[in-house]
Every structure is written in C-alpha cells, then in structure tokens.
Write a protein of this length. Structure first.
Ligand SMILES: Nc1ncnc2c1ncn2[C@@H]1O[C@H](COP(=O)(O)OP(=O)(O)OP(=O)(O)O)[C@@H](O)[C@H]1O
Ligand SMILES: [Mg+2]
Lengths: 273, 287
C-alpha cells in the first residue's frame, strides 16, 4: 500500500522518525469521482499535517471539497492517489480512534435517541447498564434531556444534530472530525455547544478537525485555520494566536481578531474567483 | 377543540426540556376526541349494510329473480343448514389450512431467499429479469401444471397459494434491502462495526418495511391461490363449495360461500392492520 508512489523522498512504510509528526498526515491527496467518461476532480494534490492536540478549522466555500476530504480522513472512502497517515501508519479504513460527525445526519430512524447514542458502545460489546449510563450523560451534555425515547423523525434538525454529536462522543474518539456540526443551531445553543466542545478538547490531548463556513466560529475555536479554495487548494494557512478562553463578545473587538477576520474573509473572496 | 383547555391545565405537569425544546404535556383528550370519528364511521358502515341487505331482500322476488341473485334470507337459510350439518365448518377449515400453510411457506421462502440473494448485487442483477418474468405469470395458469405434478390433493392448493405469496414477499423484501441508505451503513462502519453488525443492525431493520409490505400485500393472494386451486380441481374446501353449488344451480349456496370468503378476507385484513400498527412506530427520516 505504502511507498509505491516513488517521488516522495523515501518516507518508508513506518515514518516514526519524521519530527513533529502529525496525528494526521495527508500527502498529495487526490480524489476523482467518475462521471460518464469524464472524471470530476474534487480534490487535487492536497497535503496537510495536523499536529497532535491541534484544533484545526477548515474554512471554505461550498463545493470546495471539505466533506470529500473529511470522508477520506475518516477512512470511509479511498483516495484516487496520495495517502493519509494516522499516527504514522497508513489509514486503510474507519477506526474507532477517529470520530466523524458527517455533514448529514445518519441516526438510525428505528432507534430512539438513547439507543442511537449507545450504539457505538453496543457494537463494542459493552454491557447494557454502563452504556445506558454513558448515553444518558451524553444526552444531558448536548441538552437533549427529556427526549431519550423520541425517534429521530420526532426531533428537530438541530436536535438530531446534537443526538449525532452525542453518538459520536459515545465512541470516545481521540481525533474528532466535525463537518459543519453547529450549522443548524441557533446562536445561543451554538455558543453553548462550542463551549462544550472546547471543554472536551482542552487538556485532553484530543485533536479536532472542524469544517465550517463561518469565519467567526473559526476564530473562536481554532488554533489554526486553513482556507480552502477550489479542488482543495490551500489559500491561506494561519495560526490563531488569540488567548483562550475566548469570550465570544469580547474577542470580537480584539484588534488581532479583526485583522485575522479581514485576512480570512479576503482569502475566501479570492477563492471565489 | 375542547382539548385545548385540557392541555393548558396539564401544562404544569409537563416536563420542561432544556435548550428551548418543545414542551411535553399530558394531553387531556375526551371520549369524543378519541373515539368520535370511529363511532361515526362505524355507524355509517352499519347503516349502509343494513340498507343494502333490506333493498336486496325487498327487490329479490318481485323485481329480481332469486334463481340468479339469491336473497339475504335464502343465504341465511343455506348458512344455517350448512352450519347444522357441518358442511360449512369442514370446508372452511380446509381452506383456512391451505391459506395459512401456503402463506407461511411462501413468505418464509421469499424472505429467506431475498435476504440471501438481494445483498449480493451481482447475483441479483443477473437473476432480476428471470424473477420478473416468473412473477408476471398469472398464477392460475400454473394450476394445471401443479395438478400434473402434485395431484389434486391439498398440496396443490397450498403450493398455488405459496407461489403467489413467494414472489410478492421476495420482490418487496429485496427492494427493502436495496433501499437501505448507504450513509447508515457508513455510520456503522465508522463505529468499526463488522459485516455482521451491518447486516443485523442496519440492513435487517431498514428492510423490515419492505418485508412487511410484502406480507401485507400477499395475504389476499394466499386466499386467491387456495380458492382457485379448489375451483379448478377439488372435492372439498370453499372453492369446491362454490363450484358444486353453481353446478346444481344453487345460487344461495354460491352467495353463502362468497359471504364466508369475504369474512375470512376481512379477518386477514385485520391481521394486516396489526402488522401496520407494528411498523408505523417509526418511519424513514425523509418520508
Ligand atoms: N459522491 C460524489 N460523487 C460525485 N461527485 C461528488 C461526490 N461527492 C462530492 N462530489 C463533488 O465534489 C465536490 C466537492 O464536494 P464536497 O461535498 O466535498 O464539498 P464541500 O466543500 O463539503 O461543500 P459544502 O460546504 O457545500 O458541504 C463537489 O463539486 C461535488 O459535486
Ligand atoms: Mg460538505
């Protein structure tokens, strides 16, 4: 699987040596979707290294390949060329260490909220009592207390989103891939859940890759923001050196925030052309 | 509309969900709200039936020839005779056995085969046109062949019922398997689920609607298959009772048997209703 793509300067199959190793290392990734006798190129020559414990936000306009990239990073789909290393070894399929909240909800419609949330632990073979307990805790965490026995179709879009988030957290992953997780929520709830997410991330060594359209959300959460252009070209890659905790109301008037906002917004506009 | 006051009164007992979720209150619905509609519907049904029977009885004789259209009282007398001498029960019991056996056999084989074949896409694609061709054969047309193969005993009727049921269950279950949302399968793959997990926790429940649709639509066909088998060649069963009565120009007997058949159909429909109630607990998200 590995080193067959020659031109890379001898990475070798196990790259434990390369310093400042990323949890996720993406090299020359390309993804084509066959369409008739043509190929639709969703991603081309994309490379990125996500450092352990980093909160990386991917910002990009609709259709630039963000979800395609996350699908590849989660091991759901295979790249057309290039490779992804997770903790130094090639990613060959989904792993329980990587949690992925997809853009569209995939709750099982025949399971109520509790049974959906406990599902990762059920597949792992955990006993009913302790997985129920954990599910209950997570349901409260995402503010769905009282809706344990509702079926997905009986929930609003934002509530389904939160149930999905709880389900992903039930697997207790080390690396979180989140595709526009808070898009469907109202501002209040969004702030609350952003806070929860930061709490889950800070001081736990977890790594987060977070996709959004929203520049402010990116700046509130990120250590590093990467702005993607068409077919996954990197338009801008900046470290966000704002002090944490970032109060949503105060940080907005921080001159550093304003400057970053300006450059990100300029990069996004550039990508539109 | 009286329910609104009840809802407000019950609001204090409601569970307040966090984060602006909907309020859940005990609904105070009275007898009229719950059963008013059903009562009206049933009242009309009864009235309609009584009216029809009355008109039939009045017209039969002076206007219509009872030799051809029978009459409610004639049917009643015939049923009473048959109940008294046991004809009705023996023949009904035989037909019911054929229906149930045929249904169980056909549905079982259809469901099992569908779950074995449908998930393997290539095999399904290869077999698909042949399945459809066989499905399209009118099952009555198989009766003569089945007589040659299995004789004119009960087997022939059971199998005729089973064949009709088989295709409906097979095709609907396979469609259910094929309509499983691949995103749900991906979700289980993300949880590191095995192929077994995918089969048992996604494909099976997701295709259950297809299987149940198959069961639902095929119940009447089990009845049709069994009765047709008896009509074609038999010396017992409700189908035989029809052909025997008509051979003797006994219209009362024909109508009496038809009445029993529709009673059986109604009971079967009731069973279907129970299946429906089981499945409507959840529905696909995009439905
Ligand atoms: N399964 C697929 N088959 C064919 N084309 C696809 C498929 N998935 C994505 N694409 C194409 O790849 C491109 C990138 O899609 P992708 O879903 O990654 O965009 P995105 O950046 O996530 O957009 P959004 O912000 O709207 O979610 C699009 O042009 C899309 O048409
Ligand atoms: Mg997307």
């Amino acid at each position: 699987m590995s080193a067959t793509t020659a031109p890379t300067p001898a990475p070798g199959p196990a790259t434990a040596g390369t310093e400042a190793d990323g949890v996720l290392e993406v090299r020359d990734l390309a993804k084509h979707f066959p369409k008739g006798d043509q190929d639709l190129v969703a991603l081309r020559e994309f490379s990125i290294t996500v450092r352990p414990g980093q909160f990386l936000v991917l910002l990009g306009r609709s259709g630039c390949g963000k979800s395609t990239l996350l699908n590849l990073m989660a091991g759901l789909t295979r790249p057309t060329s290039g490779q992804i290393l997770y903790r130094g070894s090639a990613l060959t399929g989904p792993s329980t260490e990587i949690g992925y909240l997809t853009q569209h909800d995939t709750l099982m419609p025949w399971r109520d909220v509790t049974r959906n949330v406990e599902m990762p632990r059920e597949l792992r073979g955990q006993d009913k009592r302790s997985r129920r307990q954990e599910a209950q805790r997570l349901i409260e965490l995402v503010g769905l207390g009282g809706f344990e026995h509702h079926f997905p179709r009986e929930l609003s879009g934002g509530m389904r989103r939160r149930a999905s988030l709880a389900r992903m957290l039930a697997a207790d992953p080390e690396t979180l891939l989140l595709d526009e997780p808070f898009g469907a929520l109202d501002a209040q709830l969004r702030t609350e859940l952003q806070g929860e997410l930061l709490r889950l991330w800070q001081g736990t060594g977890r790594t987060v890759v977070f996709v959004t359209h929203d520049i402010e959300e990116a700046l509130l959460l990120a250590d590093r923001v990467v702005v993607l252009g068409p077919v996954g070209s990197v338009l801008l890659d900046v470290e966000v050196d704002l002090a944490r905790p970032r109060d949503p109301d105060e940080v907005r008037v921080d001159p550093r925030f304003v400057a970053l906002h300006k450059s990100l917004s300029a990069a996004l506009k550039e990508g539109a052309r | 509309m009286t329910a609104t006051t009840g809802a407000v009164a019950g609001a204090g007992a409601g569970t307040e969900a966090g984060a602006g979720g909907p309020l859940q209150v005990q609904a105070a619905r009275g007898f009229r709200d719950k059963h008013g509609r059903t009562t009206t519907v049933w009242a009309w049904r009864t009235a309609l039936l009584v009216a029809l029977v009355a008109v039939w009885q009045v017209l039969s004789g002076p206007v219509l020839d009872p030799q051809y259209v029978s009459s409610p009282l004639g049917i009643w007398d015939r049923l009473a005779d048959w109940v008294a001498d046991g004809t009705l029960w023996t023949n009904t019991w035989i037909t019911i056995q054929e229906i149930v056996l045929g249904f169980v056999l056909g549905a079982g084989a259809g469901a099992v085969l569908a779950y074995l074949i449908a998930p393997i896409r290539v095999v399904w694609t290869i077999l698909d046109p042949y399945v459809m061709a066989l499905y399209a054969i009118p099952k009555v047309a198989l009766a003569p062949l089945f007589i040659v193969w299995f004789g004119i005993g009960t087997d022939m009727k059971v199998l005729l019922a089973a064949v009709s049921v088989f295709f409906l269950v097979f095709i609907n279950t396979a469609a259910g398997v094929h309509q499983v949302d691949p995103a749900l399968i991906d979700a289980v793959r993300l949880m590191n689920g095995s192929r077994r997990d995918i089969a048992l926790k996604v494909v099976l429940p997701a295709s259950m609607t297809g299987l149940l649709t198959g069961l639902r639509v095929s119940i009447p066909y089990a009845l049709i298959g069994a009765v047709i088998g008896e009509l074609v060649a038999s010396n017992r069963g409700l189908g035989f009772l029809i052909s025997d009565s008509s051979a003797k120009f006994d219209t009362d007997g024909v109508f009496a048997t038809l009445l029993v058949l529709s009673a059986i159909a109604m009971v079967l429909n009731g069973l279907v209703g129970l299946i429906d109630a089981r499945t409507s607990r959840w529905k696909p998200l995009d439905a």
